[in-house]
Design a protein around this ligand. Structure first.
Ligand SMILES: [Zn+2]
Ligand SMILES: [Zn+2]
Length: 335
């Protein structure tokens, strides 16, 4: 099969991705094989390509927002049938037996494995995945707009849950890329007032179009104190900025898997009066199912920039340079 691999982790300008031919993968026990229709490009792919997240195995195919159709079943694979449309997401497997898995926090499982990091992902014609970890997807939406839901959407939703936003509350969103624009729409549809802080003028425009109450520069104060905030930008220097924008009792959730250093915090300005700083680590399958249910109900507009499969390197470079509006999506149908 035709595939891209992370050949030499390093700056995107050094072309860390390499296009190659790999044997078609065979689904193992409990796994299914998916013929890929589209794969969205996540910032985590960029962190993997650039080596911010060290590779867990050499020459891995990145990509964990995969839409496709089941085309082969491994022994004992239960659930989806051949021909079904499914999504393959970041969480590839967990142990199911540790203290975290048993209490419903499988996102913290120390034995968890991730698509495109521990196993080959979706920048390829085919991908295999455990049947118990794929999501059924609707037939009536283009693959291009479904793909970003699978990480950008799900992780953003978990960050929203972790931000402890009260019903009808005031939510600040720092950074406005693929994940943030979906999260903002779900929050607004559920009754929140959303303020967006981002350095990109185009993203500020999109935020207002999608119903944000205000949009300002990344370090600007919001027009009112926030009950909750989510930091999507991988910029540690915004942690004190966002904490200072919280009202008493407010919570800041950091959504990214990678963050630059956080400057020294001032206890009184940033944390006292019961402000809370929380991280977000991956997601549970329950988060995924709940988000996809909300997305089906609220039908958020999914801003995408499509790329042909051959342009995976350019998609990553554009993401690194903030040149992508919404989510970059690789389409397998055009090579
Ligand atoms: Zn576990
Ligand atoms: Zn992702």
């Amino acid at each position: 099969m035709d595939a891209w691999v992370v050949a030499r982790p390093g700056p995107v300008a050094s072309r860390p991705l390499e296009r190659t031919t790999l044997p078609d993968p065979e689904p193992g026990p409990g796994e299914l094989r998916v013929r890929v229709e589209a794969c969205a490009v996540c910032r985590t792919d960029l962190h993997l390509a650039e080596g911010d997240l060290p590779p867990r195995r050499p020459r891995t195919v990145p990509g964990h927002e995969v839409v496709g159709r089941v085309d082969a079943l491994g022994p004992g694979a239960a659930g989806p049938a051949i021909g079904d449309r499914v999504g393959v997401a970041w969480l590839r497997s967990t142990c199911g037996a540790c203290r975290y898995c048993l209490r419903g926090a499988e996102n913290l499982c120390p034995s968890s494995a991730y698509t495109g990091w521990d196993a080959d992902g979706g920048y390829a014609e085919f991908v295999t995945a455990p049947a118990a970890y794929v999501y059924p997807l609707p037939e009536d939406a283009p693959a291009e707009t479904l793909a970003p839901l699978l990480c950008a959407g799900i992780i953003g939703y978990r960050a929203l849950v972790r931000s402890n936003l009260p019903p009808g509350g005031r939510l600040g969103i720092y950074g406005f890329g693929a994940s943030a624009h979906l999260t903002a729409q779900i929050a607004i549809a559920e009754g929140a007032t959303v303020h967006v802080m981002t350095r990109s003028a185009a993203a500020r425009e999109l935020a207002l179009e999608l119903g944000a109450a205000s949009a300002a520069g990344s370090a600007d104060p919001p027009p009112e104190p926030l009950d909750a905030a989510i930091l999507f930008a991988p910029a540690g220097e915004l942690v004190p900025v966002a904490l200072a924008a919280l009202d008493r009792g407010g919570t800041l959730a950091v959504a990214g898997i990678h963050l630059t250093d956080i400057p020294v915090l001032d206890y009184r300005r940033h944390l006292f009066e019961e402000r809370t700083l929380r991280s977000v680590t991956a997601n549970t399958r329950e988060d995924g199912r709940e988000f996809l249910r909300l997305a089906a109900a609220h039908r958020p507009r999914v801003a995408t920039t499509p790329y042909p499969f051959a342009a995976a390197g350019r998609a990553l470079a554009d993401l690194a340079a903030d040149r992508v509006e919404g989510a970059a999506v690789l389409l397998m149908t055009c090579s």
